[in-house]
Design a protein. Structure first.
Length: 304
């Protein structure tokens, strides 16, 4: 049954109204930005997986959000260009901010979905360039796995580096569903090399020179494939490395800062808090409290 369709004098009509109903038979696994700052930094309000049943129906007339969702199994209906279309396994529904979109489960059938909701300003600038909702073919299994990995980590050990990585993977997986594209091999080569020399004084120009591009060309490629600037991507790589060093070694914060390219420990701490959500000292204290007591036996540290 379609909750948005009625009949008048033998004519089928679509009656749309603002509606967000999950329904009693639907189960959901959701991660919100308030419990996962890593999502907020990517412009994601929340992400999740829905096993939708009868009553599951959403209609947003002029939303301030953009939604990327993939159909994993079962069949539902989505609104595209004013018409209802079936959305089954292997379909992806892309809905930009401010564009009318609607979808609902079909009575008697389970519809399994994975989805990501972006903030309006991010969706306009870096994620969805289309002005209308559209449907395309692609597998959403990668996005589903990334969301489930993030959910398990946030509601499990909740270690900041792992949460950060899972959130990044959710964002990248969602972006890949918007349109088919492969990561440019030049970028793969660049960031692989940079990862081995994080302490080097990298600038936008020196990064671009590594793969014989102009700074503007590199900026465009990184924005297209990663949704962020080259320098922000560099900072993220450095903070991931720093987080690991803080936990696995007894180095002072100033030494870790130097190892990842920061001469100034204060500048490093500021960048670390901006990316990870807490200061290096607080991060180290938090991770120390989480470490099980039996990981050190007989005075010998057991490697991870």
């Amino acid at each position: 049954m379609n909750p948005f369709v009625g009949k008048t004098m033998g004519t089928t009509q679509i009656h749309l109204c603002e509606m967000q109903v999950v329904g009693r038979t639907t189960r959901e696994w959701i991660v919100y930005e308030r419990e996962c700052p890593a999502l907020a930094r990517l412009g994601i309000q929340y992400t999740g997986i829905s096993h939708a049943g009868a009553g599951f129906a959403f209609c947003r007339l002029a939303p301030r959000i953009a939604v990327v969702f993939g159909s994993l199994s079962g069949t539902g209906q989505v609104l595209v260009d004013g018409k209802w279309r079936k959305c089954g396994a292997g379909d992806v529904y892309i809905t930009p901010a401010w564009a009318l979109h609607a979808y609902h489960a079909i009575k008697g059938e389970k519809w399994h979905l994975c989805w990501v909701v972006y903030e309006e300003e991010v969706s306009k600038q870096t994620v969805i360039q289309s002005k209308r909702a559209y449907l395309r073919k692609d597998s959403s299994q990668g996005l589903r796995d990334a969301i489930m990995g993030l959910y398990d980590e946030v509601h499990g050990l909740n270690e900041a580096p792992a949460v950060h990585d899972w959130a990044e993977l959710v964002d990248l997986s969602a972006r890949r569903l918007i349109q088919e594209r492969k990561i440019d091999e030049r970028l793969m080569s660049l960031w692989s090399n940079v990862d081995t020399e994080l302490a080097r004084h990298w600038t936008l120009e020196s990064l671009a020179n590594q793969i014989h591009l102009s700074p503007e060309q590199l900026r465009h490629l990184c924005q297209k494939h990663f949704g962020r600037s080259p320098m922000k991507h560099l900072t993220d790589l450095r903070m991931k490395r720093a987080a690991g060093l803080l936990v696995r070694t007894n180095q002072k914060i100033a030494v870790v800062a130097a190892d990842v390219g920061y001469e100034n420990a204060f500048a490093f701490s500021t960048a670390f808090k901006r990316v990870v959500g807490v200061s290096p000292a607080e991060y180290l204290r938090t991770q120390s409290r989480k470490r099980p007591p039996d990981r050190i036996k007989r005075g010998v540290a057991i490697a991870d």
